[in-house]
Unconditional design. Structure first.
Length: 44
């Protein structure tokens, strides 16, 4: 599997994280948003 390259990695998909990700993507940056899984791992 080839490695992926991102300009911005946001940890946490709360309000601030999603706003930061949205602004970064709007500026043309490649963004990855990571959020912890709540509940069973299989359901994510």
């Amino acid at each position: 599997m080839p490695a992926q390259k991102y300009d911005v990695i946001v940890i946490g998909a709360g309000a601030a994280g999603l706003i930061a990700a949205g602004h970064s993507a709007h500026q043309g940056l490649k963004v990855l948003v990571l959020e912890k899984c709540v509940g069973q791992v299989e359901s994510c």
